[in-house]
Write a protein that binds this ligand. Structure first.
Ligand code: GAR
Length: 192
């Protein structure tokens, strides 16, 4: 049986797009659902374009009920991929999918992570600190923001004159290149 992926995203979903593209005609794995906390998220349109079902939940459902866990269990999900998902993962979900939830972060963790560190804020912090390099981190998810065992990092140089847009672009290129591959490698390692 093909391995089954669920993607969680809160916004545009460009990483979700790359993962859906990568696994569209894949023999060993498929994206079976996209979940979001944001009814306006563009990722919903992207999921539609791939004819992948989606589910929107609110805070109460996510944190006070077991409904999301039940959806994922019923779908026999093997790996949960957070792609720009901005809420902390509740304990019931962590317990139901131990070592099966991963996240991507647009910096070289443990630097520039944690609560409130997302999107442009991360890159602004990197610029303010006059870093000479930045990068991306893919890691297992635990009960804290942007912590958990690191699976993959790639880095790029920040050249003199690189502005926010350039740094964002360089990071996004790396995310789009590596996230689908890391997902594939992880799934390969899992026992069937
Ligand atoms: C990505 O850059 C991802 O690393 C970041 O959100 C962006 C989502 O973009 N995640 C975090 O900052 C998590 N702390 P996308 O919606 O275009 O994939």
């Amino acid at each position: 049986m093909k391995k089954r992926i669920a993607i969680f995203a809160s916004g545009s979903g460009s990483n979700a797009q790359k993962i859906m593209e990568h696994f569209k005609k894949h023999l060993d794995a498929e994206v079976v659902i996209v979940l979001t906390n944001n009814p306006e998220a563009y990722v919903l349109q992207r999921a539609d374009n791939f004819e992948i079902p989606s589910h929107i939940f609110d805070k109460n459902e996510f944190y006070k009920t077991n409904f999301v866990v039940e959806i994922l269990k019923n779908l026999q999900i093997d790996l949960i991929v957070l792609a720009g998902f901005m809420w902390l993962i509740p304990e019931n979900l962590l317990k139901a999918f131990p070592n099966k939830i991963i996240n991507i972060h647009p910096a070289l963790l443990p630097k520039y992570g944690g609560k409130g560190m997302y999107g442009d804020r991360v890159h602004h912090a990197v610029i303010d600190a006059k870093e000479e390099e930045s990068g991306i981190t893919i890691h297992f998810v635990d009960e804290n923001f942007d912590e958990g065992e690191i699976i993959h990092q790639s880095r790029f140089r920040i050249e003199a004159g690189d502005d926010l847009e350039m740094i964002k672009f360089k990071g996004q290129q790396l995310e789009h290149l590596h996230y689908p591959k890391v997902v594939e490698q992880l799934l390969k390692k899992m026992k069937s």
